[in-house]
Design a protein around this ligand. Structure first.
Ligand code: NI
Length: 202
């Protein structure tokens, strides 16, 4: 079975043990050996958040009820993983009809609030898609939402000029109009596969 058709099957059978086991395994940091085999139920992924958008306005998950949230955690200084993921998400969004797009809110949540101020995040997302909303917040707020999605992140060593990497989970999460977790796409899931999956659920 090709990788692409495998992804398609996974998407069609969104509630299979395969998805849960695969997603669950990926959701844990490498150091979390004891938990790697744990199967995470869909009900336990996601949760409320209180963050700040690119204009400095407080935003909560409740503001997006009635729409599908596509959530990606990352940071604007990310050299490759985040731009790649956001590029694929943007391409997938462009494959949807205007009506379908209307039902979706794509959200980028910074895991580097120290550098990613509301202004920085707000500007960053415009480079990918005009629908993409950038959110940041206090470190505690960001930690809290990342934890609820079982997304891992860790600040790396600061170099001579003050730069540092942030290691982070690179899943793209889909949350339904009711606020419940629907599915997650692995890093480097092709835009076509994401678009197909989204079309099927819209
Ligand atoms: Ni990144």
């Amino acid at each position: 079975m090709s990788r692409r058709s495998f992804v398609a099957v996974v998407v069609v059978m969104a509630v299979t043990v395969v998805v849960l086991a695969t997603v669950g395994r990926g959701f844990f940091a490498p150091s979390n050996d004891a938990q790697q085999a744990t199967v995470v139920g869909k009900a336990s992924i996601g949760g409320p958040f209180q963050l700040i958008d690119g204009t400095g306005k407080p935003v909560s998950d409740m503001d997006f009820r009635g729409k599908y949230m596509i959530i990606y955690f990352g940071y604007t200084f990310c050299p490759d993983v985040c731009p790649t993921s956001l590029g694929e998400i943007a391409d997938a969004l462009d494959m949807l009809s205007p009506d379908q797009l209307e039902k979706i809110v794509p959200i980028f949540i910074s895991v580097d609030p120290e550098r990613d101020t509301p202004e920085v995040v707000g500007d960053y997302v415009t480079h990918f898609h005009d629908r993409l909303i950038g959110l940041t917040g206090s470190l505690d707020a960001v930690k809290s939402v990342a934890k609820s999605y079982k997304a891992y992140f860790s600040k790396g060593d600061v170099d001579d000029v003050g730069n540092y990497p942030v290691d982070h989970t690179s899943y793209t999460y889909v949350v339904g109009p009711d606020g419940k977790f629907v599915t997650a796409y692995r890093h480097a899931t092709p835009a076509q596969d994401m678009a197909k999956s989204l079309k099927d659920m819209l």
